[in-house]
Design a binder for this molecule. Structure first.
Ligand code: NI
Length: 173
C-alpha cells in the first residue's frame, strides 16, 4: 500500500525516532508499504518519520543492492568527503550539492531482526547518511550553509507556486 509522504513543515520530520524492538508481522507490512511508496515516488530511500513512523528504520535501493530494509542503523568508519547533489522526498523538487562522507559502514538489523552490516561507497554511503539523519530529526538542508539552505527553500517555494517546472527527479532520498 502506498502511504502519504510527510513533507517539510510536518513536525514528525524533526522528531527523534525510537529503536525498533518488535520484529513482527506488523514490521514486515510496514517494510512492504515503505518500499512500495519509495518506488512509486520514485526515490532511492525512505525513512520511518517520512511516513509518520518514529522508529529507527529505513528502506532503500541504490540500484545495486535491490530493495533493502535496515532497522537500528549505526554508522561506522566514515572516510573521505564528497559533495554531490542530494534531494529528499520530503522536500520534493529541489536538489543541492551536499557534503557527505565518501565511504561509511552501516550496521543494523534486517526485517527479521538478524544482524547485518554493509559497506557503502558513493551513492550507497550517501543514502546511509541521509536516511540515518532522518531518524535523528535531521534533513539534508541542515547540512548546507545558510546560502545553500536559502537556495533550496527558494526553489521549493517557486515549485509550490508553479513558477518553475520541476526538474526530472533523479535520485531523491
Ligand atoms: Ni530524505
Amino acid at each position: 500500500m502506498i502511504v502519504p509522504i510527510r513533507t517539510l513543515g510536518d513536525p514528525v520530520l524533526r522528531e527523534h525516532s525510537k529503536p525498533v524492538s518488535d520484529f513482527d508481522r506488523k514490521l514486515h507490512l510496514l517494510c512492504d508499504d515503505m518500499l512500495e511508496t519509495m518506488y512509486a515516488a520514485p526515490g532511492v530511500g525512505l525513512a520511518g518519520p517520512q511516513v509518520g513512523i518514529t522508529l529507527r528504520l529505513f528502506v532503500f535501493d541504490d540500484g545495486e543492492t535491490g530493495p533493502t530494509f535496515i532497522a537500528n542503523p549505526v554508522l561506522l568508519d566514515p572516510s573521505g568527503t564528497v559533495v554531490e547533489e542530494e534531494g529528499c522526498l520530503s522536500i520534493p523538487g529541489p536538489y543541492h550539492p551536499t557534503p557527505r562522507s565518501e565511504r561509511i559502514r552501516c550496521r543494523g538489523q534486517d526485517v527479521k531482526g538478524q544482524d547485518l552490516e554493509m559497506d557503502g561507497e558513493g551513492l550507497l554511503a550517501r543514502i546511509f547518511q541521509h536516511e540515518t539523519d532522518h531518524l535523528d530529526g535531521m534533513l539534508y538542508i541542515d547540512r548546507l550553509d545558510e546560502a545553500g539552505r536559502r537556495e533550496v527553500l527558494a526553489d521549493l517555494r517557486r515549485l509550490e507556486l508553479g513558477l518553475q517546472e520541476p526538474r526530472a527527479r533523479r535520485r531523491p532520498e
